[in-house]
Design a binder for this molecule. Structure first.
Ligand SMILES: O=C(O)c1cc(=O)[nH]c(=O)n1[C@@H]1O[C@H](COP(=O)(O)O)[C@@H](O)[C@H]1O
Length: 270
């Protein structure tokens, strides 16, 4: 998907919500377990219920890999089920020496036909660039993550006084452009958010960590939105596990609607 198409979808739906499909057999409602493919049935109902409120979907690949070969089938069915006008993110956090990254890119962009994949920057430019050679496909580079362990390396101060995550952002900018690269910035990082936005005013930011991890949609939106939208805010557990009963899809729709309605307020202020 092109930058412009994504931006148009955001204004059409008045939403920059990404629904995280972190779907696990021990978390989905028990009545679905009798289905042939319980996770696909769950995803299908979640997608149907939330599609009016979301512009992107992000299956976290770990949840599918954990199921073995059938998990990959479920993932493929889920991605095929999603309408073509939503932005799809393979949350796989990949990155390796060049020829291996090339294969990861083929797996997610050609075989599964995702629009984007999350990539770790640790191995440097030659591990990321192979992902950037595919038309209309995106790299979403981990920059400043939402988890506690982000303190271990990402905030490490370099000789020039800047934190490591800032170097990642600055150095990676010439690997691609704002039309094929996004950055992951955790919603729990609002103290750093304004400065990051200054460094990369045009890039889309994928922001996980609202809902279950406690990030504030208001603060992130006020700082992070730009004239093209510029944000994809993810919630996984807060939406998909809003209820563990038969009404789970309705409850997911309600959670997604609440986020979308708040997003509309911020978009209308642009
Ligand atoms: O790359 C990600 O999506 C990601 C980066 C990050 O810094 N923090 C983070 O939580 N995530 C992912 O975003 C999702 C967050 O899920 P919830 O906390 O349930 O909304 C999970 O799939 C995480 O793997």
């Amino acid at each position: 998907m092109h930058y412009k198409q994504l931006s148009q979808q955001i204004f059409k739906k008045s939403s920059y919500l990404c629904v995280g499909l972190d779907s696990a057999l021990d978390k989905i409602p028990s009545h679905l377990l009798k289905e042939k493919d319980p996770i696909f049935e769950f995803n299908k109902q979640i997608i149907d219920a939330t599609i009016d409120f979301a512009v992107a979907y992000k299956p976290n690949i770990a949840f599918y890999e954990a199921l073995g070969p059938s998990g990959w089938e479920t993932l493929q069915k889920t991605i095929d089920y999603l309408p073509k006008d939503v932005f799809t993110i393979a949350d796989a956090k990949r990155g390796d020496i060049g020829n291996t990254s090339q294969m990861y890119a083929k797996a997610f962009f050609e075989s599964l036909n995702f629009d984007s994949v999350t990539v770790a920057p640790y191995m440097g430019s030659d591990s990321v660039k192979p992902f950037l050679t595919f038309e209309e496909k995106w790299v979403i580079l981990l920059a400043l993550t939402s988890n506690e362990g982000a303190q271990d390396f990402q905030f490490e101060e370099l000789q020039n006084g800047k934190p490591l995550y800032e170097k990642v952002i600055e150095q990676s900018q010439n690997w691609g452009s704002h039309e094929n690269m996004m950055y992951v910035i955790g919603a729990t990082r609002n103290e750093q958010f304004a400065h990051i936005r200054q460094l990369i005013p045009k890039h889309f930011l994928l922001v996980p960590g609202v809902g279950a991890q406690g990030g504030s949609l208001k603060e992130i939106s006020e700082i992070g939105l730009n004239k093209d939208g510029g944000l994809l805010v993810n919630s996984s557990r807060g939406i998909i596990y809003a209820s563990s009963e038969k009404d789970f899809a309705k409850a997911a729709a309600q959670e997604a609607r609440v986020l979308q309605e708040e997003m509309k307020v911020y978009l209308d202020q642009l």
